[in-house]
Design a protein around this ligand. Structure first.
Ligand code: S3P
Length: 181
């Protein structure tokens, strides 16, 4: 089990474009807690952008950086943490994140994900061509088993950030009160 004290980390996982960063930033601001993003930490530590890391070293190298980030660079408590959409593809990662805090899995439809990501060129694993939605559906299906068991499921389609922030905060408080010391 994770820490689950009221000071536990709140961890957001889910596919690209589901709204992890926007929601995480909002919750962190509401609670005056630090907001951290694994992609951002990796970029700072390596002084490279995510597309540069993928282009120069490949996906497997990036996944090792994500593992290092979770093992060594993330705080043990007190933060709101957003993670890269493929972080759960590394073996053992789900359990590690569950140890590190209360995990929420954000969900959105392929269409919503497409709309939210189509103008952003910084995601090396997303296609921008005409079969973009089919590609998203395929990746979602591959990752579905990992997302399904990682944590508390939250749909984000058509829900304003402030409403999502209060829903997630309420669940977090309930979880930490039930499981806390
Ligand atoms: C990835 C998601 C990205 C980033 C990298 C790989 C993925 O993060 O980690 O491009 O495999 O789904 P976001 O989910 O924040 O876009």
């Amino acid at each position: 089990m994770g820490d689950f004290s009221p000071n536990a980390n709140l961890i957001l996982v889910g596919f690209m474009g589901v709204g992890k960063s926007s929601l995480g930033r909002q919750i962190a601001e509401n609670w005056s807690r630090p907001f951290l993003d694994t992609d951002k930490i990796i970029q700072e530590k390596t002084s490279c952008t995510i597309p540069e890391i993928f282009a120069k070293h490949g996906e497997a190298f990036f996944r090792r950086l994500e593992q290092k980030c979770v093992d060594e660079w993330l705080p043990k408590k007190g933060a709101v943490i957003s993670t890269g959409g493929g972080i759960l593809t590394s073996p053992g990662m789900t359990e590690k994140l569950q140890q590190l805090g209360v995990v929420f899995v954000l969900r959105a439809s392929p269409q919503t994900i497409y709309e939210r990501t189509k103008n952003c060129g910084s995601r090396p694993l997303l296609h921008t061509g005409e079969d973009a939605i089919a590609h998203i559906k395929k990746m979602l299906a591959e990752r579905e088993p990992a997302y399904a068991k990682a944590g508390i499921q939250i749909r984000t389609d058509f829900r304003p950030i402030c409403e999502l922030a209060s829903t997630v905060s309420r669940i977090f408080c309930r979880e930490t009160a039930i499981n806390g010391a």
